[in-house]
Design a binder for this molecule. Structure first.
Ligand code: GDP
Ligand code: IMO
Ligand code: MG
Length: 424
C-alpha cells in the first residue's frame, strides 16, 4: 500500500479541505503533513460550513482516522479553539478516537507570534504578508534546534524548557523594540497545553507505516500551495515549510517509494493572498469580479485574495516538482458568465518568451502571454453528472489537459461536498 498525497498547485486556498473531505471515505487515515494554523481549510455539507486550521479534513467521515503529522507546527491555543468549536457543533474527534498527534510536531509559542509581528513590521514594503500565526519563527526554531515539541509537554521540566526558549525570544524581541505584554496569552497557552495532552500522542512515523503494512489506505493532506514552498516557491514571499510531495515524506515519515497517487488541486483561475509576485494578477474590474463571485477572502485572516487568470507555466512547474498524477479543478462555477476567459501560456521575461518559472520573479515580474478561450454561460452549481457539463467547459478542461499533460479527474462546481464530479 502507498500513501496518496493531495496538495495545492497554486498559492494556496485551492479547495484542499473540501476535496480531502470528499475523498476521505476512500481512506483509512488522513494525515496533515506540514504548515500550521496559517492554513484555513473550508468544508461544507448538509448546509453547514467548517473551517479547519490544524485538524485534518477527514474528521467528518465517521470511519476515518486523522493524524496531525510531525511536519505540522501546532499552536495549542488555536487547536483548543478548533476542538471547542467542533464540540459545540456536535463533533468531538478526540472523544470519538478519530484523531492523534505526532510527538515530533513542533509547538508555536505566544512569543513566536510576537517575533512574526516584529519581523513583519520591520519589513515595510517588502512585507511577506504573513498570517502572523508564528509559522516562520517556529520553523526557524525547529531547524535551529531550539524548538519545543508536542512530546515535550509530557516531560517534568516542560515549563523550564518553555522558559528557556521564551528567554531567547525576549532577547531577540528587545532588539526590535518594546516587548508587548503577553501574560494573558501565556496563561491561555498553558491551559491549552492541558487540552492538548488529552489528544493521544503517537510516533507518527510508526503510526503511518503500520497503516501501510496492514494494507490500509492513507491520504496525506497538504497545506498552502506549491508556489508557497520554502525552496521552490516565490521566495522570499513563501511560507516556511515544504508544501510539495517531498514535504509529505519528511512531514510524516514515509519513504519516497511509498508515495502513490499525487493529486494536485487548482482553481479554474488563480488567487494569492499576501505579498509577492503574481504574474497573472488582474488589478482591475475583472479581478474584482472574480473576487466577488468567488468570495475570495481568506478563510483564516479574512483578507481579500488577489485574483487573476490561470497560470500554466506555474502549474507545469508545480506538476514537475510534485510528480502530479491526477488533478482536481475547483471553482469552475465562478467563471460562468465570463464571455471570454484567459490562460497564461508563456511569460515575457527579460526580453525572452519562456514557458517555465524563472529563478527570480521578484526583481522582474514575468509578463503573462495570454490566450483567449471562449467562456460558458450556464450555471454549474446544480450539475451532478459529467454529461451535463457545458461543451465550452469541457473544451477548457481538454485545453488544460493538453497543456499540462495530466488528467483532470475531479471537477468542483461549488463549495458543498455534493458539488463534485468524477470525470472519466
Ligand atoms: P483550502 O485552503 O485549499 O482548503 O481552500 P480554502 O477553504 O481556503 O478556500 C477555498 C474556498 O472556496 C472555500 O471557501 C470553499 O468553500 C470554496 N470552494 C471550494 N470549492 C469550490 C467550488 O468548486 N466552487 C466554489 N464556488 N467555491 C468552492
Ligand atoms: P491554505 O492551507 C493561502 C501565505 C500568507 C503569506 C505567506 C506566508 O489555507 O491554502 P505565513 O503565515 O506562512 O508566514 O505566511 O503565505 N499563506 C497562505 N496563503 N493559503 C494558505 O493556506 C496560506 N498559508 C500561508 O498569506 O503570503
Ligand atoms: Mg485556505
Amino acid at each position: 500500500m502507498a500513501v496518496d498525497v493531495l496538495l495545492g498547485l497554486q498559492w494556496g486556498d485551492e479547495g484542499k479541505g473540501k476535496i480531502v473531505d470528499v475523498l476521505s471515505p476512500d481512506y483509512d487515515l488522513i494525515a496533515r503533513f506540514q504548515g500550521g494554523p496559517n492554513a484555513g481549510h473550508t468544508l461544507e455539507f448538509n448546509g453547514q460550513k467548517f473551517v479547519l486550521n490544524t485538524i485534518p479534513s477527514g474528521i467528518f467521515n465517521p470511519k476515518t482516522m486523522n493524524l496531525i503529522g510531525n511536519g505540522v507546527v501546532v499552536d495549542p491555543i488555536i487547536l483548543k479553539r478548533e476542538l471547542d468549536g467542533l464540540k459545540a457543533r456536535g463533533f468531538d474527534p478526540v472523544a470519538d478516537k478519530k484523531m492523534v498527534i505526532a510527538r515530533r510536531a513542533h509547538l508555536i509559542l505566544p512569543t513566536h507570534q510576537l517575533l512574526d509581528a516584529a519581523s513583519e513590521s520591520r519589513m515595510g514594503l517588502g512585507k511577506i504578508g504573513s498570517t502572523l500565526k508564528g509559522i516562520g519563527p517556529t520553523y526557524m526554531d525547529k531547524t535551529g534546534r531550539n524548538g519545543l515539541r508536542v512530546g515535550d509537554t509530557q516531560l517534568p521540566d516542560f515549563k523550564e524548557r518553555y522558559q528557556k526558549l521564551v528567554n531567547k525570544h525576549l532577547s531577540i524581541l528587545a532588539y526590535y523594540g518594546d516587548v508587548p505584554d503577553f501574560s494573558e496569552k501565556e496563561q491561555a497557552f498553558f491551559e491549552a497545553i492541558e487540552a492538548l495532552k488529552i489528544i493521544p500522542q503517537v510516533d507518527g512515523e510508526h503510526f503511518v507505516n503500520q497503516y501501510l503494512q496492514q494494507g490500509k489506505k492513507v491520504l496525506a493532506e497538504g497545506a498552502q500551495g506549491t508556489m508557497l514552498d520554502v525552496d521552490f516557491g516565490s521566495y522570499p514571499f513563501v511560507t516556511s515549510s515544504n508544501t510539495t510531495t517531498a514535504g509529505a515524506c519528511t512531514g510524516l515519515g514515509i519513504a519516497p517509494k511509498n508515495i502513490g497517487k499525487v493529486i494536485g488541486i487548482f482553481k479554474a483561475y488563480c488567487t494569492r493572498v499576501g505579498g509577492g509576485p503574481f504574474p497573472t494578477e488582474l488589478e482591475n474590474e475583472t479581478g474584482e469580479k472574480l473576487r466577488a463571485i468567488g468570495h475570495e477572502f481568506g478563510a483564516t485572516t479574512g483578507r481579500p485574495r488577489r485574483c487573476g487568470w490561470i497560470d500554466l507555466p506555474a502549474l507545469k512547474y508545480a506538476i514537475l516538482l510534485n510528480g502530479v498524477s491526477e488533478m482536481v479543478m475547483t471553482k469552475a462555477d465562478v467563471l460562468s458568465g465570463f464571455d471570454t476567459i484567459y490562460a497564461c501560456t508563456h511569460y515575457q521575461y527579460n526580453g525572452e518568451t519562456i514557458d517555465y518559472m524563472p529563478y527570480d520573479i521578484n526583481a522582474i515580474t514575468p509578463i503573462p502571454v495570454l490566450e483567449a478561450i471562449p467562456g460558458w454561460n450556464e450555471d454549474l452549481t446544480g450539475i451532478r453528472a459529467e454529461s451535463e457539463i457545458p461543451t465550452k467547459l469541457k473544451n477548457y478542461i481538454a485545453y488544460l489537459e493538453k497543456h499540462l499533460e495530466v488528467p483532470v479527474r475531479y471537477l468542483s462546481v461549488g463549495p458543498d461536498r455534493e458539488q463534485t464530479l468524477i470525470l472519466s
